[in-house]
Design a protein around this ligand. Structure first.
Ligand code: SF4
Ligand code: SF4
Ligand code: SF4
Length: 249
């Protein structure tokens, strides 16, 4: 059986999802028996303009000048997989969507340099059709591997739970962060990760995005009243990974 030709591309991101993948070890090495990597900047220098079976895209769409690049990838790829929060919901980059002076705050005197020119951070699906998404910051390696394994055999079916992280957290019997005097975004966070953060004693930050019809306003209130967060922090927290889901974002 011919190997599946795969290429990796990155846009506005920290490249942490690529690192996550290369750190996967044995399962990734086994996968190499079934896929041929034809482009992957993090691990090789070769590039290709030929048709590809699967394009994996990391990072958010934040420059209009990237649209043509993304369209070219879409034209060449039979399947497009966006992976990581940056690519699937804008991710942490979308924090800048709430402020006009982020460039001055971050880059100071260099703020007007042309390479820093960008607009809102949006998911890749805002520019091109995306066939599959792997959520999380960084992306969930097992979910990623599951999709790739299925694609090697044809098409993939992805199950996205409709419930929040709290359900998975309760299932594993973790003591609630709020009971520990902490805050947590589990009630509005999209499940699927198995709630590892509260189990490790840290709050869920909703890195996979929010459940449909999440009540952000109520979440903000709970963060202030039960989590003891100041109003500004409560607002920032509820839109940290979810800027593009909010009507007031
Ligand atoms: S999703 Fe997180 S780890 Fe992945 S590229 Fe974006 S910021 Fe980095
Ligand atoms: S720790 Fe967070 S995810 Fe777990 S039950 Fe409490 S609010 Fe929900
Ligand atoms: S518990 Fe929350 S922050 Fe942690 S991986 Fe799951 S969605 Fe992301």
């Amino acid at each position: 059986m011919a190997k599946v030709k795969c290429a990796w591309f990155d846009f506005a991101s920290c490249e942490g999802c690529q690192i996550e993948l290369t750190n996967y070890g044995e399962p990734f090495v086994e996968l190499l028996q079934h896929i041929e990597i034809v482009e992957f900047r993090e691990v090789m220098t070769e590039k290709t303009e030929a048709p590809i079976d699967v394009a994996f895209i990391e990072g958010s769409f934040t420059r209009e000048s990237d649209r043509a690049k993304l369209e070219r990838i879409r034209d060449r790829a039979a399947v497009v997989v966006a992976y990581g929060s940056c690519a699937t919901c804008g991710g942490i980059n979308a924090l800048k969507n709430h402020t006009d002076d982020y460039k001055q705050e971050v880059y100071g005197a260099d703020a007007d340099k042309p390479h820093l020119d960008s607009t809102k951070a949006l998911p890749i699906s805002a520019a091109i059709k995306v066939d599959y998404e792997v959520k999380g910051c960084p992306m969930d390696k097992d979910e990623f591997l599951g999709i790739v394994q299925q694609l090697v055999h044809g098409t993939a079916k992805v199950y996205v739970p409709s419930y929040p992280v709290c359900v998975e957290c309760k299932r594993r019997g973790t003591v609630c962060r709020f009971d520990e005097g902490d805050y947590c975004l589990g009630p509005i966070a999209q499940a699927g990760c198995g709630a590892p953060c509260p189990a490790d004693g840290i709050p869920c930050e909703a890195c996979r995005g929010m459940v449909q019809d999440a009540n952000q306003k109520s979440m903000e209130k709970v963060l202030m009243e039960n989590g003891k967060l100041p109003e500004r922090w409560a607002k920032q927290k509820t839109r940290m990974f979810t800027a593009n889901f909010r009507e007031d974002a």
